[in-house]
Design a binder for this molecule. Structure first.
Ligand SMILES: [Zn+2]
Length: 218
């Protein structure tokens, strides 16, 4: 493991930081980091399919070197949903991070298949979180909020810390009549997005994934 590079951005202990290493401003290979009180939380760890522009390469992944250098302070990887661009890199990159992984049951089932293929199933501490469940990880208090999308069990995460709170949406579309799964939990979203007054020292923010609005299905 290398020493942290001198060029690394400074991270204040008494603040909430958001650091996307992948997926922000590009499609796919999501790797989002939050830092608070010297501890880190990763949200999603996905791939991108290279397509025709990069012959001979099938899969692209975010570069986790920054957080790998700080993995002793990495509390967990939390997955929002089961699409490849949100969990497809776990089986490739977890050996460099070696932290607990949390997901709702459908994403956990998809990930288990991938971990079994990579012969990592017995090594990765994977814990299922119930839909609409809560999770406390160090200074981060997480609430899973059900959304609708093109795959079962998409979740937003309300991330609350002593220094502010963020609504991390993952991917979503507003579908009042999903073919599979529960409808979007509008009440929880409204509550989470509220005034921002619940967190001392800061208001709320929103980190959005791919979203859209659809009308009722014919
Ligand atoms: Zn998705």
């Amino acid at each position: 493991m290398n020493a942290p590079s001198a060029a690394a951005p400074s991270v204040q202990r008494d603040a909430l930081h958001f650091l996307p290493l992948g997926g922000a401003g590009e499609i796919g290979m999501n790797l989002n980091l939050y830092a608070c009180q010297g501890q880190w939380l990763m949200v999603d760890l996905g791939i991108t399919f290279a397509g025709d522009t990069l012959p001979g390469i099938d899969v692209l992944m975010p570069d986790p070197a920054y957080i790998e250098e700080r993995r002793k302070d990495l509390l967990a990887i939390v997955l929002t949903h089961a699409h490849e661009d949100h969990l497809g890199a776990v089986a490739y990159l977890w050996p460099r991070l070696r932290c607990p992984v949390y997901a709702t049951p459908f994403a956990a089932a998809v990930l288990r298949e991938k971990l079994a293929d990579a012969k990592l199933l017995s090594e990765v501490p994977l814990t299922e979180v119930a839909l609409s469940g809560r999770l406390d990880l160090g200074p981060f208090a997480l609430t899973f909020i059900s959304l609708t999308h093109s795959i079962p069990e998409p979740n937003a995460l309300l991330i609350e810390t002593p220094y502010g709170r963020v609504m991390h949406t993952g991917d979503w579309k507003i579908d009042p009549d999903p073919l599979v799964g529960d409808p979007l939990d509008e009440a929880a979203l409204r509550q989470g997005g509220g005034s921002g007054g619940g967190a001392p020292g800061g208001g709320g923010g929103v980190v959005c994934g791919v979203g859209g609005v659809v009308g009722p299905r014919p």
